[in-house]
Design a binder for this molecule. Structure first.
Ligand SMILES: C[S@@+](CC[C@H](N)C(=O)[O-])C[C@H]1O[C@@H](n2cnc3c(N)ncnc32)[C@H](O)[C@@H]1O
Length: 289
């Protein structure tokens, strides 16, 4: 149902198709037809800010303007969902700590280095949650532990790097984890020890060359990101995850997500109370699905 008429240009079906195809090509995100009025509402401020007359003009700006890159980032930022919080999907985190971390300790023992990638990390709560879980497991004391978060939005990464959060971020955090945060006038700040384990970088998951700079990792969390992607983008990102993982490394998706129709290269890992994907052990380096 179209919303009540408000000020500003309307987004026609044709303009919506142009913009949604363009955005899908940039970052993989699918904007279903039912989102036309949402897109209209979200991008209208940009059409006004650039003093453009229509969404058609905005599409041309995104495609052809010499400074288009900054505007593409703004549009993607306005259209993506950045919802996240500490200890999201707790049963999965518990299974990760109970079943996956001991396995990773065994596999990575010769390196004494553990690397985890929080892909599509948004404001960083997922990366910090993993750092807390790893620290509390006590399995990796004396190891070089790194958690790397990436996102396509520079705005959310600024929040992640700052590491200070309001009450909304803590809505699912059990009280015993409060000790990993310090009170500040602006909110709770992640303890510097946990903060020091995490790094954040800006890149698009579809840019697989940039993704290669993450190096090789023991586990990848990609939760609530690929659900917004089209099939070809999803396949491409999954393939780059496969290449980044050490043999025996784990891929943890969101609870409603699977690799169905995206890849057969991973094996299913049955964790207590949860499922994950695993790159088979003994996979030669560089092998692709
Ligand atoms: C809903 S949040 C999920 C955050 C966290 N993983 C969680 O589950 O709580 C999805 C994040 O993915 C990011 N994202 C979407 N498309 C992306 C892309 N192509 N490359 C990198 N990040 C992307 C969005 O900017 C957003 O911050």
């Amino acid at each position: 149902v179209p919303p009540l008429a408000d000020n500003g240009p309307r987004l026609s079906i044709h303009e919506f198709r142009l913009i949604s195809d363009f955005i899908a090509g940039c970052c993989g995100m699918v904007l279903g037809r039912d989102l036309r009025f949402v897109v209209e509402r979200k991008l209208r401020e940009r059409v006004a800010a650039l003093s453009l007359a229509s969404f058609g003009d905005y599409y041309h700006h995104l495609r052809y303007h010499p400074d288009r890159q900054a505007e593409v980032e703004r549009a993607i930022d306005l259209l993506t969902t950045n919802e996240t919080y500490f200890f999201r999907e707790r049963p999965q985190l518990q299974a990760f700590a109970r079943d996956v971390l001991p396995k990773l300790k065994e596999q990575a023992a010769p390196r004494k280095r553990l690397a985890i990638w929080s892909s599509g990390c948004s404001t960083g709560e997922e990366a910090y949650t993993l750092a807390i879980k790893i620290t509390r497991s006590g399995l990796f004391d004396g190891w070089d532990v790194r958690i790397f978060g990436n996102d396509i939005s520079r705005r959310v990464l600024q929040v992640a790097r700052r590491g200070v959060y309001g009450p909304n971020s803590f809505r699912a955090m059990p009280p015993e984890y409060r000790e990993h945060f310090i009170d500040t006038p602006e909110g709770l700040m992640v303890d510097p020890k946990i903060r020091g384990m995490c790094q954040f970088g800006h890149f698009n998951l579809l840019d697989t060359e940039r993704a290669a700079m993450v190096g090789r990792v023991d586990a990848i969390f990609c939760r609530n990101v690929l659900i917004y992607f089209n099939d070809s983008a999803r396949r491409r990102v999954i393939q780059s995850f496969y290449e980044r993982l050490y043999p025996g490394g784990y891929l943890m998706l969101g609870h409603s997500e699977s690799l169905l129709n995206a890849s057969t290269a991973f094996e299913l890992a049955h964790l207590s109370g949860d499922l994950a994907y695993r790159k088979p052990l003994g996979t030669p380096r560089g092998t692709t699905p």
